[in-house]
Design a protein around this ligand. Structure first.
Ligand code: ADP
Length: 259
């Protein structure tokens, strides 16, 4: 609580009363903390790849460049870390736009099977590399949804990217959709490592990861799900997750049915 007290004086300067203003600043404090935690997180996330890049560049300059094999290995690491920095900055820009409602949504009637077919072309190589199967399960008469196709693509890219990353070799990934009242319910499912129950409530927070080291190693930014949640909210839907460790995860969300 913040208390501000000021005396009331008459013309002669004599105090005849006081005004006390009592303000509950708990929420303010919480917001300040969220903001400063975010800045600390961003700085840390930016510094990690930069430290690595700088280290390898220095080693190369110190003479490692003379050994072509070593040089190639180091350059590959630099390339990987630069990619992560690039993604991180793009994700941060997306997130700040979404959070401040600055995105312009171009709502259209979208055919889910078409959009998913486009998306899956991006993942073709990685699915084959890990021998992951991919399928879709849509009813014959699935209605179109009302959404901004670009942002909706981003939702599927982030969710399928995670499914690919967190599903061991020979696993399965599939997408289901079904009409539900005025909405269409979509499920992005995998037979991956799953998510511990205690992590689920914080999963959609910025930079929250079950295993930070593992996420970084896979090139993750820790912002993917946070972006997904904001996009779906902007599209007028909501998202939740069901998961069992060692069995797999299902990301389930609603989108408005097209009229
Ligand atoms: P990241 O860049 O780490 O993938 P996200 O915000 O997309 O960041 O995801 C946050 C965390 O949620 C991941 O680091 C991982 O621990 C967990 N996660 C997300 N999707 C899955 C999934 N399909 N299976 C298991 N864990 C997942």
């Amino acid at each position: 609580l913040r208390v501000h007290v000021s005396p009331f004086r008459d013309y002669s300067g004599k105090t005849f009363g006081i005004v006390a203003v009592i303000r509950d600043i708990t929420e303010l404090r919480r917001l300040e903390k969220v903001r400063s935690d975010f800045v600390a997180n961003v700085s840390h996330e930016l510094r990690t790849p930069l430290t690595s890049i700088k280290g390898f560049v220095e080693t190369l300059l110190d003479g490692a460049y003379k050994d072509p094999n070593l040089a190639k290995r180091f350059l590959n690491i630099i390339d990987f870390e630069t990619g992560r920095l690039y993604r991180l900055i793009n994700d941060l820009l997306d997130l700040s736009q979404l959070e401040t409602n600055q995105v312009k949504l171009n709502m259209e009637n979208v055919k889910l099977p078409v959009i998913i077919e486009e998306i899956m072309m991006i993942f073709d190589v990685r699915l084959k590399e890990k021998n992951l199967s991919f399928s879709t399960h849509f009813p014959e008469n699935l209605p179109e949804v009302k959404a901004d196709p670009d942002w909706l693509r981003q939702v599927f890219i982030n969710l399928v990217d995670n499914a690919v990353k967190f599903t061991p070799r020979n696993g399965k990934i599939w997408i289901e959709a079904a009409e539900k009242g005025n909405f269409v319910e979509i499920r992005v499912c995998d037979t991956g490592i799953g998510i511990p129950k205690e992590d689920i409530p914080r999963l959609f927070e910025r930079f929250y990861r079950v295993d930070k080291a593992r996420s970084r190693q896979m090139g993750g930014t820790g912002l993917g799900l946070s972006i997904v949640k904001h996009i779906i909210k902007s599209l007028g839907g909501e998202i939740k997750v069901e998961s069992k460790v060692g069995e797999g995860s299902k990301f389930i969300f609603l989108l408005q049915k097209a009229d």
